[in-house]
Ligand binder design. Structure first.
Ligand SMILES: [Zn+2]
Length: 54
């Protein structure tokens, strides 16, 4: 599963970790996050994230 990076604050969504504070279980792909999910650091929506490429 791919990681996604917030283009505003550089926070990384790692599907292996999920977002426990928002009730997102580990193993949840970015694509499966609810539409109203937002960046836990800066609060922007999913459309402000882009795929992390290294
Ligand atoms: Zn952010």
């Amino acid at each position: 599963m791919k990681k996604y990076r917030c283009t505003v604050c550089e926070w990384i969504y790692d599907p292996a970790i999920g977002d426990p504070d928002a009730g997102i279980a580990p193993g949840t792909p970015f694509e499966s996050l609810p539409d109203d999910w937002s960046c836990p650091l800066c609060g922007v929506g999913k459309d402000m994230f882009e795929e992390e490429t290294e």
